[in-house]
Ligand binder design. Structure first.
Ligand code: AMP
Ligand code: ZN
Length: 476
């Protein structure tokens, strides 16, 4: 299967060529665990899950690494503000460790409920301080750093490629001067690799380092951990679009300056989820969590389905009306799947007619994850009368490898529709009449009875001795 992605680095859609055949090494920036993930953050993890599931479907071995930021992420991305973890700890009178553990668990609880596959490796920044120090030492040896006011900075002027991802030109780099807040910086876009001194002297997360007791800058963790687990050159790096101008730009500078080689081949960025009122952000406190959707009566998978309806590179506005529509479509899909399963006694068997739909579906998914286009094939499949129930079921189960709705499990868990004693007697009576009609070679009458039962959702099967029947749904 040919897979194509829009690469933020080239601003073009490119055919995906892995570094090693049939292997994908991907890194996704993970959560800063000082609060719950909001549904905007979760949209980005759903997008990354689609990416990973596409590769798994195509037969790739996927090595997916994600960091857990439990130190160093300041309230401002440009080395300004307070450490988000420390701030949250102070405000809640819990220790930083307690905060980190609590919100890391909450994060995975959310992603599990959204059927987001867990990363191969989820690594905590605080477990990798030595790796970050070693990387900063390499940068220091190669002359990319300077010390000022007790902190170690990365000097972007030593790295001529700086800003390529964000297309920052020299004019924009100069424009940054007006927003610079740290007088130690030689260039306003220089960034901190290691703090020994910040505005917040009473920082509780401190480690020994060659530069004194301190803590790492935010960006260095992603470079250190991705290269530790994936090597100095890997296939894909992804995250939300907000990371393009600062975080990913700085990650590239550090990593390529240290290794002297190209770091990442494909950069994929998910657009934001916004509220009708505007941006959703953790720090402003104006955000919706997955739990708040559940409390409003929705299934987490309604939100997953809601996100699948928009392309990952388009902004998506959240509304409860939109979520309601997604919930009803998803329920319809579940009911139809359960009915199909009952109709063919669960025997999902691929047929050419069904495969034509799933092939179309996968072609759209492989074309820069065009799930909105792929979803059209789901409904087209269900409507197509030339596809047998078992062919439909097989195609749906294939599609679900990326939809991630758990269609097979849901269909298996669905109770067969119940039949009252009265209805049972009526059906048995009709079947008796059908047997009599057949014995009298009145096939028109026999077929009429069969069709009438079928319209009521009752499927019959003749055996040598008798006629078996089952109720498979209410006239779907
Ligand atoms: P954070 O926990 O703030 O580091 O963010 C985790 C991920 O969510 C990052 O990849 C961000 O780019 C992404 N993100 C943040 N806000 C939004 C949003 N409103 N919509 C989509 N993704 C977002
Ligand atoms: Zn990162």
């Amino acid at each position: 299967m040919e897979i194509r992605f829009y690469n933020t680095m080239s601003r073009k859609t490119e055919i995906f060529e892995p570094i090693e055949p049939m292997k994908v090494k991907m890194y996704a920036c993970g959560p800063t665990v000082y609060n719950y993930a909001h549904i905007g953050n979760l949209r980005t993890y759903i997008f990354e899950d689609l990416l990973k599931r596409l590769f798994l479907h195509a037969g790739y071995e996927v090595n997916h690494v994600m960091n857990i930021t439990d130190v160093g992420h300041l309230t401002g991305d440009n080395d300004d503000g307070e450490d988000k973890m420390v701030k949250s700890s102070r405000e809640s009178s819990r220790t930083v460790r307690e905060i980190a553990d609590f919100y890391t668990n909450a994060f995975f609880n959310d992603t599990d409920r959204l059927h987001i596959l867990r990363p191969t490796t989820a690594c905590k920044a605080t477990d990798h301080i030595d790796d970050m120090i070693a990387l900063i030492q390499t940068l220091e040896k190669k002359g990319f750093t300077y010390e000022a006011g007790g902190n170690i900075y990365f000097s972007i002027d030593r790295f001529p490629e700086y800003g390529r991802l964000a297309r920052l030109d020299s004019q924009q780099l100069q424009a940054g001067a007006r927003v610079a807040v740290d007088g130690n910086k030689r260039n306003p876009h220089d960034f901190v690799l290691w703090f020994t001194r910040s505005k917040y002297e009473n920082h509780v997360l401190l480690w020994d380092s060659p530069w004194g007791k301190g803590y790492p800058g935010w960006h260095i963790e992603c470079s250190a951990m991705s290269m530790k687990y994936l090597g100095p050159h890997f296939d894909i790096h992804c995250g939300g679009i907000d990371h393009i101008p600062v975080h990913h730009t700085n990650e590239i500078a550090q990593s390529e300056a240290a290794s002297g080689e190209k770091w990442v081949d494909y950069w994929l960025h998910g657009e934001f989820l916004i509220l009708d009122k505007g941006k959703m952000s953790k720090s402003s406190g104006s955000f919706l969590t997955l739990q708040s959707l559940i409390d409003a009566g929705y299934d987490p998978l309604d939100y997953r389905w809601f996100c699948l309806g928009a392309h990952y590179r388009s902004q998506l506005t959240f509304s409860f009306d939109g979520l309601k529509a997604a919930a009803s479509a998803r329920r319809k899909l579940f009911t139809r799947t359960a009915a199909l399963k009952a109709e063919c006694a669960g025997a999902a068997v691929e047929t050419p007619e069904g495969k034509a739909h799933s092939d179309r579906f996968w072609r759209a998914a492989a074309d820069d994850l065009n799930l909105p286009k792929a979803l059209a094939s789901v409904w087209a499949l269900l409507k197509d009368e030339t596809v047998s129930p078992s062919g439909k079921l097989a195609a749906l189960y294939s599609m679900d490898e990326i939809l991630g709705l758990g269609l097979r499990e849901a269909a298996e868990a669905a109770d067969p529709p119940s039949v009252s004693a009265e209805e049972k007697a009526r059906i048995e009576e009709l079947l008796a009449q059908r047997r009599e009609a057949k014995a009298a070679r009145d096939f028109a009458r026999a077929d009429e009875i069969r069709d009438r039962l079928a319209a009521e959702g009752i499927r019959i099967r003749d055996t040598a001795e008798t006629t078996l029947w089952e109720k498979i749904g209410g006239g779907m």
